[in-house]
Design a protein around this ligand. Structure first.
Ligand code: IDC
Length: 510
């Protein structure tokens, strides 16, 4: 482990302005010359602005015939608005006119399919949303030109307002997540083939909630999510890009991407706005591939999460408002409390959770536990301190972390007994020692994976990175190369974990 760095003073925060939202319906269109062709699109454009800067998130829905390759066009209303760094598309701007072209992985859009893209931009004066969008030259109005036979997959947005000057909606809560109702078992009315990203973990399971001690999907059935954690995003952003996320979704067949945003160690506290944007970008990249994401507020040193309470409130207010409309976001409010009592962790949780709930009432939240999220075991305790004094909040789970070469049978028995009483999420584990380095303990890792499979406990492995340490999944240098698929780029740990993650999921669909 690196020696802990002296915590830096937090810099002044940029004021985060209100989130604005806009749904443009669309439409369209003229069929092209053969009458059997339908075209149409709907675009949702939302921004999260602060003084001089903003993040724009754009959802593009194809309402016409399937397309292969697309260009989105729009114009900024003000001359001071500029596209900066973008994701999930290639952007260019000439004067006020902006185009965004698809990347390889998201160029094909079936009828009814959506894709999400976004960018960070700057503004001067004011930052109004564009009032009109085109997709491959067709104005997006929210419906498609009818074909001779009606296609049932065309679902115009109910909120589409084809008026000329839509007003940004004032609150990010305009598109709340579906309420999780544990006792109701909603049946989808849409045919599975109509859903965007059909077959992805996110499309199959939909919004999640805690049911008893389990994590449940939209059919109120327990599921296990299996995936990978980033390393510290302040150090390893080179490892998180379209290719590596494609590999995680398609080659690893993962369900989950944990975004570890350190707070100290050159992390969030050094530039809250930039780290908030980076986390949001990774959430979008995961969502675009049908993966769930965990937003991990990676506290580590100092171990008392209350040291970062004000930062946590600022950060979670922002990311929860910005991501409230998404089905796939899980919040992890304190990575690994250490050297601190359960009572202090609970107090922290009961101050941060309401901040998230105010913006995003239904998301699952993971609470770190005593002794580096060992449910207290590493401090000589166990889960009973939590069972006897649980966090006063609904829809939460408790974190359990382990490193297979350091933590063995006594930790496994605590997890087994805890899992019968508490909702537990293994939001981080390693195949090696707790230092993050050293040899892979295959036997212990296998015992852990078998146990988590048996108990349907969701997990994320540390790390999806090429850090030169035993816990990294990729060989050193991989992230500079650009190839993330196959086994040639993997370490022993990566090969072991990929083999397990890519086995078929077993998600109940009714
Ligand atoms: C380790 C990294 C290592 C880094 C160190 C300090 O692998 O490169 O120098 O953090 O930032 C945890 C922590 C996680 C640790 C990991 C391995 O959540 O941040 O990562 N670990 O030590 N808990 C137990 C082990």
């Amino acid at each position: 482990m690196k020696s802990p760095l002296r915590p830096r003073r937090a810099r002044g925060l940029l004021a985060i302005g209100a989130t604005t939202g806009l749904v443009l319906g669309a439409l369209t269109a003229m069929p092209a010359a053969g009458a059997a062709t339908a075209a149409g699109c709907a675009v949702t454009y939302t921004t999260n602005s602060w003084q001089g800067g903003f993040t724009a998130n754009i959802s593009i829905k194809n309402l016409g015939d399937p397309i292969k390759g697309w260009t989105l066009g729009f114009a900024f209303p003000n001359s001071g608005q500029k596209v900066g760094y973008g994701w999930s598309a290639t952007y260019s701007q000439t004067g006020a006119a902006v185009t965004a072209k698809n990347l390889d992985y998201n160029g094909s859009l079936a009828t009814g399919a959506s894709t999400n893209i976004g960018f960070n931009g700057s503004w001067n004066g004011s930052n109004p949303a564009p009032t009109s969008f085109t997709l491959n030259g067709v104005t997006c109005t929210g419906s498609a030109t009818p074909k001779p036979t009606v296609t049932p997959t065309v679902t115009p947005k109910p909120t589409a307002t084809p008026t000329a000057t839509p007003k940004p909606t004032a609150t990010p809560t305009a598109t709340p997540k579906p309420t999780a109702t544990p006792t109701v078992t909603p049946k989808p009315t849409a045919t599975p083939t109509a859903a965007p990203g059909t077959g992805t973990p996110l499309a199959i399971n939909g919004p999640l909630h805690v049911c008893g001690v389990d994590l449940c999907n939209q059919y109120n059935r327990p599921i296990q999510l299996r995936g990978m954690s980033t390393h510290g995003i302040q150090w390893f952003s080179r490892c998180y890009n379209d290719s590596s996320l494609n590999a995680l979704a398609s080659d690893w067949k993962a369900d989950l991407f944990r975004v570890s945003m350190y707070v100290q160690e050159q992390g969030y506290e050094t530039n809250p706005a930039a780290f908030t944007d980076l986390v949001n970008k990774y959430v979008d990249m995961a969502e675009a591939r049908g993966l769930y994401s965990i937003i991990d507020f990676h506290t580590l040193t100092p171990g008392d999460p209350n040291y970062n309470l004000a930062r946590a409130k600022t950060f979670f207010a922002s990311v929860a408002a910005r991501n409230a409309g998404k089905k796939g976001v899980i919040y992890e409010i304190a990575n690994e409390p250490n050297g601190v009592s359960w009572a202090s962790i609970k107090s922290y949780a009961e101050q941060v959770i309401p901040v998230i709930r105010a913006a995003d009432p239904d998301a699952v939240i993971i609470v770190g536990t005593r002794g580096w999220s060992s449910l207290g075991v590493s401090d000589g305790s166990n889960e009973s301190e939590i069972v006897n004094n649980p966090v006063n909040a609904k829809n939460i789970m408790y974190a359990f972390h382990f490193y297979a070469a350091s933590h063995k049978d006594n930790y496994r028995s605590t997890l087994s007994q805890a899992a019968a009483k508490l909702p537990v999420f293994v939001s981080e584990f390693g195949t090696v020692s707790a230092s993050g380095d050293g040899a892979v303990d295959v036997a212990s890792t296998t015992a852990w994976l078998d146990l988590m499979d048996r108990l349907k406990i969701s997990y994320a492995n540390w790390t999806y990175s090429d850090a030169g340490e035993g816990s990294a999944a990729f060989k050193a240098g991989t992230c500079s190369g650009g190839v993330y698929t196959g086994t040639g780029v993997l370490t022993q740990s990566g090969a072991l974990i990929r083999d397990r993650i890519r086995t078929a999921d077993n998600f109940p669909t009714s």
